[in-house]
Design a protein around this ligand. Structure first.
Ligand SMILES: C[S@@+](CC[C@H](N)C(=O)[O-])C[C@H]1O[C@@H](n2cnc3c(N)ncnc32)[C@H](O)[C@@H]1O
Length: 336
């Protein structure tokens, strides 16, 4: 089946990368058919449980549909294709439209699709058996049957200021979740954040069923992380107050790493020169991360990426603008 992911468009490349990494993490072998800022289409075997897990994990996707067809974004083309693509099951129907084009009127499109798809079917707008969804961009129209709607409001409810222990260093939960997903960590595997701070990344990993290990050189961060994790009812975690260089004493090996490096502006480095600290950090990461696994690292400038390349290989980089016109770079490394 072809799955269509309606992307949130909050970033040019991160939503696509998150979907592809999460498909792998959830053992859903998939072939990428096409992608743009609006939509990603991938061919995969039908897997209801897998789609449910994707919906629980993804941060930058709105809806997952089964694709019926795509065609040029012109009304007559869409209707012509709809006539050739009957719905594959019985049941009541609702037709909805996400219209991002400037030249097609949503009401007209829904009317015409209704003529094709509601023949001999009951229309039920509140709880239909089948929800047909049209996503229309400037050039292409996509038609699909909804498989899962993602309620991403829970990310807003976990923003830093709503947790018991807050410092301005913490990432937005959606970014933290995307980092976890980019690490391709699987349920019940172990993810380490060796600069855990207030525990924001650990929280997102723990909530998808990963065993989490956090460490930080500051005891107040460890205490604060514990408070935050317990506040969200997480139990399956280990926390250590330790310098990055000593982690292997506590942690033998891990399946994934997601971490946001300190950058001296808002967090301590205990007076250590940043290049030296980052060298030690990447060396430790390469010691504890299993081979062929991924580390996702937040850094404050692209130059730092090369320090990591002495130990790991770079898969991709995602620049993300944060407040005060700062950009953070999230780099996916593989331990080869
Ligand atoms: C950018 S913050 C991490 C923020 C975190 N992602 C969060 O959600 O709060 C970096 C953390 O690195 C810690 N740190 C600085 N130097 C360290 C070192 N040598 N070893 C371990 N942790 C260190 C700081 O105490 C700080 O909590």
């Amino acid at each position: 089946m072809k799955l269509m992911f309606e992307l949130s468009k909050e970033h040019a490349t991160l939503p696509c990368a998150e979907v592809l990494a999460t498909l792998k993490a959830e053992h859903m072998e998939a072939t990428l058919i096409s992608s743009n800022e609006d939509v990603l289409i991938a061919e995969t075997k039908p897997n209801v449980a897998g789609i449910k897990r994707l919906a629980e994990r993804l941060a930058f996707t709105f809806v997952i549909d089964e694709l019926l067809f795509s065609c040029p974004a012109a009304l007559d083309e869409i209707v012509r294709h709809a006539e050739k693509h009957p719905l594959p099951m019985q049941g009541s129907i609702a037709i909805r439209c996400k219209n991002r084009s400037s030249h097609i009127r949503s009401e007209q499109l829904i009317d015409q699709l209704g003529d094709v798809y509601t023949k001999k079917r009951v229309v039920n707008l509140t709880s239909p058996d089948i929800e047909v969804r049209a996503i229309v961009t400037e050039d292409i129209a996509y038609l699909g049957i909804k498989k899962a709607g993602l309620d991403t409001s829970h990310f807003q409810q976990r923003r830093g200021h709503l947790r018991p222990f807050l410092l301005p260093i913490t990432l937005h939960p959606k970014i933290a979740r995307a980092m976890v997903n980019l690490s391709q960590v699987k349920k019940q595997q172990t993810l380490l954040d060796p600069f855990c701070g207030t525990g924001g990344i650990l929280l997102e990993a723990g909530l998808i069923g990963t065993h989490i290990i956090g460490s930080d050189v500051e005891q107040k961060m460890i205490d604060g992380s514990q408070k935050n994790l317990e506040f969200y009812h997480l139990k399956n975690f280990q926390l250590y107050c330790t310098d990055i260089g000593d982690i292997s004493r506590y942690v033998p090996s891990v399946d994934a790493i997601a971490t946001d490096f300190p950058y001296a502006r808002a967090t301590t480095t205990k007076g250590e020169q940043l290049t030296k600290l980052y060298n030690r950090a990447f060396e430790t990461i390469s010691q504890v991360l299993k081979k062929n696994r991924y580390a996702v690292v937040g850094i404050s400038s692209e130059d730092i990426r090369a320090i990591g390349e002495q130990y790991l290989s770079v898969v991709a980089t995602y620049p993300v603008k944060s407040h005060r016109s700062l950009t953070r770079y999230f780099v996916v490394y593989k331990h080869v």
